[in-house]
Design a protein around this ligand. Structure first.
Ligand SMILES: NC(=O)C1=CN([C@@H]2O[C@H](COP(=O)(O)OP(=O)(O)OC[C@H]3O[C@@H](n4cnc5c(N)ncnc54)[C@H](O)[C@@H]3O)[C@@H](O)[C@H]2O)C=CC1
Ligand SMILES: O=C(O)C(=O)[C@H](O)COP(=O)(O)O
Length: 378
């Protein structure tokens, strides 16, 4: 059995070699010659999986180690009888921590208290829901917009996108990319929406580039509209508009989900799905794969305020690192993908053990996802 895996999928070679012969290949472009005699294909978001790619091959199963599935023609796979699995939620924590790293940096730079801001979350699924929980743990007001969930009758105080635009100080997008249909998200943030944002709004897109009309956004920023912008994803990728990058506050190379934990979860989720598909049910415990983090243990004296939280968050992950790396190479062909392929190890907050002598600091850090304990001072 031959299994093709994207070379940018940590632990894939080790895991899938338990099931067959593994060949690691680039995802963009994928070498077509390798597909002909392969049985299974494990991709990331950069590989367009459709009839044009798979027709005439022996592929029986496709796994994508990603949350988003807009690069996969699922209707074709179903009609062709090809098994499929994505990795829902695998990197949701990573995206939430990216958003926090960005917000805490902007709050410090612009001199505002996050707890005085209202955050509008568009798309309240794995990412949006976790973001809501962590923001609310800090006493930050959230406004939620998720029409599919509202229409399904899910619990939650769902508002219209218009209401978020009117009221939110931060508007952050966490929807799938739907190019059509009742819940279309292509250019959900179009020129008309951008025009209505309150002065000083922080606009964040860490879902898919085309959810925000990049041309309209650039025009508005060039015309001097007062916005702060954080973009992890671009329209198009990998050839983003360098002028737009120059106008945003934070710009990164589609790496919001790139913690080691997030990527490893993605790999293990598709590995488990494929094992099931071929009748060899196997479960993998994530902590058996992950190495020790660079920073393992820290002691925090006293209570937790915004400035302390910012330093703690940035000890684990400071988004300015990725912003600087992108600005250095943007516009040079191939460099966007190279940054992503050679991504420096990044861990999640849970990898940091924080010993607190203040009980409320320990409780709050636990709620936020740190590995925190309370040890009273002697
Ligand atoms: N930048 C990155 O590295 C990453 C990007 N992503 C992107 O973020 C998206 C969201 O990720 P998850 O939360 O894991 O997905 P999810 O599927 O768990 O949640 C998406 C939510 O968006 C809602 N939604 C759908 N259409 C909507 C609309 N028109 N307006 C408002 N809400 C709508 C859905 O009902 C759902 O609750 C993914 O589809 C993927 O494209 C995900 C992970 C990493
Ligand atoms: O999971 C998703 O959806 C993402 O956007 C991934 O973080 C993207 O990473 P790659 O699959 O492009 O490596």
């Amino acid at each position: 059995m031959k299994i093709l895996v994207d070379e940018n999928m940590p632990y894939a070679r080790d895991l899938f070699s338990r099931l067959g012969e593994v060949k690691a290949v680039p995802g963009r472009p994928i070498p077509l010659s390798e597909l002909a005699d392969a049985d299974a294909l494990m991709v990331r978001s950069v590989t367009k999986v459709n009839e044009a790619l798979l027709q005439g091959t022996g592929i029986k199963f496709v796994g994508t180690a990603t949350a988003g599935t807009d690069h996969v023609d699922e209707a074709y796979l179903q009609q062709a009888g090809i098994g499929f699995s994505a990795a829902p939620g695998c990197n949701a924590i990573a995206v939430v921590e990216y958003v926090f790293s960005s917000l805490l940096m902007l709050a410090e730079r612009e001199g505002f208290a996050l707890k005085d801001r209202t955050v509008g979350i568009v798309g309240v699924g794995n990412v949006g829901g976790r973001l809501q929980a962590r923001l609310e743990a800090l006493g930050i007001r959230t406004l939620l917009c998720d029409p599919p969930r509202a229409d399904r009758g899910d619990d939650g105080d769902f508002r219209s996108l218009d209401e978020l635009v009117r009221e939110a100080d931060v508007l952050t997008f966490h929807t799938p990319l739907f190019k059509e249909g009742p819940y279309k998200t292509l250019h959900l943030a179009d020129d008309a929406l951008l025009a209505r944002l309150k002065p000083g709004t922080i606009l964040i897109n860490a879902c898919r580039g085309p959810v925000v009309d990049n041309a309209a956004l650039l025009q508005r920023l060039q015309a001097g509209q007062a916005l702060h912008v954080v973009l992890d994803v671009w329209e198009p990728e990998p050839d983003l508009n360098v002028e737009l990058l120059q106008h945003v506050d934070i710009g990164t190379a589609h790496i919001a989900g790139y913690t080691l934990e997030g990527k490893a979860r993605g790999t293990t989720q598709v590995f488990e799905a494929y094992s099931e598909f071929i009748g060899k049910h196997t479960q993998i415990a994530l902590d058996t794969l992950l190495p020790a983090p660079e920073f393992g243990r820290i002691t925090l004296h006293g209570p937790l305020d915004q400035s302390t939280l910012k330093r703690l968050v940035h000890l684990v992950y400071d988004v300015r690192r990725d912003d600087a790396l992108l600005r250095k190479v943007a516009g040079t062909p191939g460099e966007f993908d190279k940054l992503r392929k050679n991504y420096l190890e990044r861990r999640e907050w849970s990898s940091l053990y924080v010993q607190c002598d203040d009980a409320s600091a320990a409780a709050l850090l636990q709620q936020l996802g740190f590995n925190a304990t309370h040890t009273p001072a002697r």
